[in-house]
Design a protein. Structure first.
Length: 82
């Protein structure tokens, strides 16, 4: 298992997308959870200069909000990534 995965936490849109925050780098890894077996990596969101402290999907699953220890909040349009 990757070191970043051991030091992380996540949130998900059922049957669609999983977001996993790397507590050290500030990156958010996106994984598609839909059709087919297993997870398919979708991409990595970068923009925080420190740990991601919180993340949550919009009710429709098209956007992801992240808050970092660097004092920033990002809203990501992820609808086109999946």
């Amino acid at each position: 298992m990757a070191d970043w995965l051991r030091q992380s936490w996540s949130n998900a849109v059922p049957d669609r997308l999983l977001a996993v925050a790397d507590l050290y780098s500030g990156d958010v890894h996106l994984w598609h959870t839909g059709e087919g077996p297993g997870l398919r990596p979708v991409g990595v969101l970068t923009g925080h200069n420190d740990a991601v402290l919180s993340l949550d999907f919009s009710p429709d699953g098209d956007r992801l909000a992240t808050a970092g220890a660097d004092g920033t909040v990002h809203t990501w349009d992820i609808a086109q990534r999946i």
